[in-house]
Design a protein around this ligand. Structure first.
Ligand code: UD1
Length: 423
């Protein structure tokens, strides 16, 4: 299993190109199941999760040809079910449920199960499919959805933790070929929801109101194949922005989706970061310790839960006491204990972390537990004195394209080491 060995304490300077968004690419790929015509997606990131989704589509009998950052998907007549062996690798496999049900009136997907950051149920996805007229049975570890026909409906989709990105996109994909009008009330407004709606509309769907809590979908009879460009990854861009501030460097982020990054830029500025936006580029720099912040993760346009761990690493070097409340996932502070091993002073009280800023972190051997926690440990390692070894880095390969190459190109001392036989 691979490890990352980081020699910290070097300010990062230079340019990084932001890759295509993982969380948009996955549902875009699944949405191609809605037509028998070929669809081409561009600006796809080269990530393990994209390979897993390609593997799932191929397993379902779909033609999927990847050529660098492009993929052409032709779903003439998919069949079969999404097996546990693939779904367990990636929760977002559930995105094939809506499109398969919409087009073929039947879908069978293995239940994804829990994951490191919490229970992550799919009750809202199931509720949405049922409101469209599907019968959904959960048996032998599979979700089996079937419908004689799908009919538009008013669907209240807001869960106890707020709106769900996954359920909003899945139900939207299920509703595009249903008869009549569907209203998703309590919809997620994340940019990834909007890009999928834009793609579906380009294919011929009639979706309005995306980006607001109420999405209206007029069902159509069929969709066509189109070519479509994926959006840049706002969380990857945010992670490199923190790489600049935590190392007291300056990074130009090429192709940054600044318009969708207000919820990351604002707290960076508040803590003392310097940011210039010009066209598609964002320049982030900072030459001192951050001022303390109070952060509350919230659905878009609130502060993204996917940036919480990276900010925690940064604020652990702050001048004063920061408070971070995680309101979306119940078990998303796993980076805290590892950061403590590097000298961070963090106390967890339920879903709140109290971070007493310290003037330096020290390199240590740490273990990554999930994607964004792994990114936080890499950031801490880049800023720490001495050598940090991050193990279990397969999470990073799911979500950050060419992480060590990109960091090395701006002066980070980071290398991947293979440890044979290590678990
Ligand atoms: C997506 C992102 C993930 C991000 C999250 C929140 C992808 C592949 N993943 O995950 O990176 O952290 O949005 O921005 O795009 N919930 C339910 N029932 C459901 C579905 C969700 O209770 O049926 C709860 C979840 O447990 C969580 C909250 O709703 O507490 C939000 O989750 P959701 O927005 O659905 O996250 P994902 O779409 O899984």
């Amino acid at each position: 299993m691979d490890k990352l060995v980081i020699s910290g304490g070097h300010p990062l300077h230079g340019e990084v190109k932001v890759s295509g968004s993982k969380n948009a690419a996955l549902p875009l790929m699944a949405a191609c199941l809605l037509t028998d015509e070929p669809c081409t997606l561009t600006n796809l990131p080269d990530l393990v999760d994209i390979t897993t989704m390609t593997e799932l589509l191929t397993y379902l009998g779909v033609g999927a040809e990847r050529d660098g950052n492009r993929i052409t998907i032709e779903a003439r007549k998919p069949e079969g079910e999404a097996p546990y062996d693939i779904v367990r690798k990636m929760r977002a496999s559930y995105y094939v449920l809506g499109p398969l049900l919409s087009r073929f009136r039947e879908a069978k997907i293995s239940l994804p199960g829990g994951c490191a950051i919490g229970a992550r149920p799919i009750d809202l996805h199931i509720k949405g499919m049922e409101k469209l007229g599907a019968e959904v049975a959960v048996e032998e570890g599979y979700v089996h959805a079937k419908a004689a026909k799908l009919e538009g409906s008013d669907i209240h989709l807001r869960g106890t933790k707020g709106p769900s990105v996954g359920a909003t996109i899945n139900v939207m994909m299920a509703a595009v070929l249903a008869e009549g009008q569907t209203k998703i009330i309590g919809a997620a407004a994340e940019p990834e929801v909007c890009i999928v709606a834009g793609f579906l509309n380009k294919m011929g769907a009639k979706i309005a109101g995306y980006g607001t809590p109420e999405i209206t979908i007029q069902g159509v009879k069929r969709l066509s194949g189109v070519e479509f460009e994926n959006m840049p990854d706002r969380i990857e861009a945010g992670t490199y922005a923190v790489a600049a501030t935590i190392t007291r460097g300056r990074i130009i982020l090429r192709n940054a989706p600044s318009a969708h990054m207000g919820n990351i830029i604002q707290p960076l500025l508040e803590a003392g970061g310097e940011i210039e936006a010009s066209g598609k580029h964002l320049t982030v720099s900072m030459m001192r310790r951050p001022s303390p912040l109070v952060i509350n993760t919230a659905p878009y346009p609130g502060f993204p839960t996917d940036m919480q761990a990276q900010f925690m690493a940064w604020l652990s070097l702050g001048e004063g006491t920061s408070i971070v409340a995680e309101n979306i996932f119940e078990n998303r502070f796993m980076q805290a204990m590892e950061l403590q091993r590097m000298g961070a002073e963090i106390t967890i009280q339920g879903t709140t972390a109290v971070i007493n800023g310290t003037d330096h972190l020290s390199g240590a051997e740490v273990m990554a537990s999930d994607l964004r926690a792994s990114a936080a440990l890499v950031l801490a390692g880049l800023a720490a004195k001495g050598t940090t070894t991050v193990s279990r880095i397969y999470h990073l390969d799911r979500g950050y394209e060419g992480l060590e190459q990109k960091l090395a190109s701006v002066g980070g001392e980071i290398k991947r080491v293979s440890v044979p036989g290590d678990e």
